[in-house]
Design a protein around this ligand. Structure first.
Ligand code: FE2
Ligand code: FE2
Length: 152
C-alpha cells in the first residue's frame, strides 16, 4: 500500500519550461498509476483505460511541445517530430494489439526508459532555443517562467 513510486519525479527532470514540465510530470504520474494497477493484478479493462489516458496525455503534450518549437524556430524540429511519431505508433501498437502485447513489465520498462531518456536528451536540447525565443516574443515569456505569481 505504501510502496515507493515506480518513477519518482525529481528536480533534475525539470527543463524550466513550466507547461512542458507539468505535462511531463502528468505522463510520469500516469505511468506510476499503470504500475500500481499492474502490481495489484487488476483487469485488462483498467490497464487499457490507463494506456488510453497515457496516449491522450502523450498526444496533447507532443502538440504543445511541437507548437512551441515551431514558434521558436527550433532547427531540429522535424527530427524531434519523427521521434514523437515513433513513440505514438509504438503506444498505439501496444494498445491495439493485445495478443501481440509485450508483457506488462516490459511495457512499463519501455515507457519509463523512453520518457526519461527523451526528456533528458532530445527535449533538453531545445531548452536554450525556447528560452531565447521567450526573451524576444512576449507570449513565450509566460512559458519560460518570466511571469511569476505574486506572493500573497
Ligand atoms: Fe519531445
Ligand atoms: Fe517532452
Amino acid at each position: 500500500m505504501c510502496e515507493p513510486l515506480y518513477i519518482r519525479w525529481t528536480d533534475c527532470n525539470n527543463l524550466g519550461i513550466p507547461i512542458l514540465d507539468e505535462q511531463h510530470r502528468s505522463i510520469v504520474s500516469t505511468l506510476n498509476t499503470l504500475h500500481h494497477f499492474i502490481r495489484l493484478g487488476k483487469s485488462e479493462s483498467i490497464i487499457d483505460a490507463i494506456l488510453n489516458t497515457l496516449d491522450q496525455h502523450t498526444s496533447i503534450h507532443f502538440t504543445t511541445e511541437e507548437q512551441l518549437l515551431l514558434k521558436s524556430g527550433y532547427p531540429d524540429l522535424n527530427k524531434h517530430i519523427s521521434s514523437h511519431r515513433r513513440l505514438l505508433q509504438k503506444t498505439n501498437q501496444i494498445i491495439c494489439s493485445p495478443d501481440g502485447r509485450l508483457q506488462e513489465g516490459e511495457i512499463l520498462r519501455f515507457f519509463k526508459d523512453w520518457w526519461l531518456d527523451h526528456i533528458h536528451t532530445e527535449d533538453r536540447e531545445y531548452v536554450p532555443y525556447l528560452l531565447e525565443a521567450s526573451e524576444q516574443q512576449d507570449p513565450l515569456a509566460v512559458i519560460a517562467g518570466k511571469w511569476s505569481c505574486p506572493t500573497w
